[in-house]
Design a binder for this molecule. Structure first.
Ligand code: KIV
Length: 272
């Protein structure tokens, strides 16, 4: 399917809800730049997430914490420019919303004004609920994010599966309901037991989108660079690799280097 030739109908938060209502699974992938976002959009992905995983994938940091609001805005602008059909969701970076709800709404408005994205994503439940409500009351759609929340990695101490214990699972269920009541349009569930994710997905009327949360959620999300095999150092159980672009690119670049060294490139047809 190529969406760029047709007169496309944009995916909206309302259409995500319609997908859940009729049992159609939602596909979501990350993108951080114009070229990749254009490819992802053209291939028919429903939601493009400008994730703060850009901190790792694009900036080489070991966590998502260092990425700034300015950096996220820069990535998101490029993605929005390339996208004709998908809903564009932007992660609010660490430090841009945890302080208080006024700071949170100021950060949210800045992202919306400068990037032309459609929706924002925030990590957390009860702790950030005032900020979530205030941002939604400003007319900005919010996607929640529960389970493994990488912005809290220093609190957890590891990227292991979350909510395996009863207490944490009970809090996660409460938080999911709070986010739905606050008006979130969807919730990402990251790295939690499949049974728990399925239960939450059945209880909530808004869509859930899982990563490492099994097949019972209303949609799935992966980091583009991971599923394309660009980033070979990361292979958790939930990751299905759809290509080995690292190898393909490596071979192509080696071939280029060898052609330059040998004088084979450029040839007579490749010059003026
Ligand atoms: O930043 C990100 O890429 C994410 C996904 C893993 C859901 O939040």
């Amino acid at each position: 399917m190529s969406v760029h030739q047709e007169n496309v109908r944009r995916v909206t938060t309302r259409r995500l809800q319609e997908m859940k209502n009729r049992g159609e699974k939602i596909s979501m992938l990350t993108a951080y730049d114009y070229t990749m976002a254009g490819i992802v959009d053209n291939a028919g992905v429903d939601v493009i997430l400008v994730g703060d995983s850009a901190s790792n994938v694009m900036c080489g940091n070991t966590t998502t914490l260092p990425i700034t609001l300015d950096q996220m805005i820069s990535f998101a602008k490029s993605v929005s420019r390339a996208t004709q059909r998908a809903l564009v969701v932007v992660d609010m970076p660490f430090g841009s919303y945890q302080g208080n709800s006024l700071e949170a709404v100021a950060s949210a408005i800045r992202i919306m004004k400068e990037t032309y994205c459609d929706c924002l994503k925030m990590e957390g439940g009860e702790e950030i609920i005032d900020s979530v409500k205030r941002i939604i009351s400003a007319g900005i759609p919010i996607m929640g994010h529960l389970g493994l929340m990488p912005q809290s990695i220093n609190k957890y101490g590891s990227y292991t599966v979350r909510a395996q214990e009863e207490d944490e699972a009970a809090k996660l269920i409460r938080d999911a309901h709070l986010l739905e009541e606050a008006g979130c349009c969807a919730i990402v569930l990251e790295k939690i037991p499949a049974e728990l994710a399925t239960k939450i997905s059945k209880e909530l009327s808004i869509p859930t989108i899982g990563i490492g949360a099994g097949g019972g959620t209303d949609g799935q999300v992966l980091v583009l660079h991971d599923m394309l095999g660009l980033n070979c150092g990361f292979s958790p159980r939930f990751l299905r690799r759809y290509a080995n672009l690292n190898e393909i690119m490596n071979n192509a670049i080696r071939h280029y280097v060898s052609d330059v060294k040998s004088g084979d490139f450029p040839n007579e047809q490749e010059q003026y």
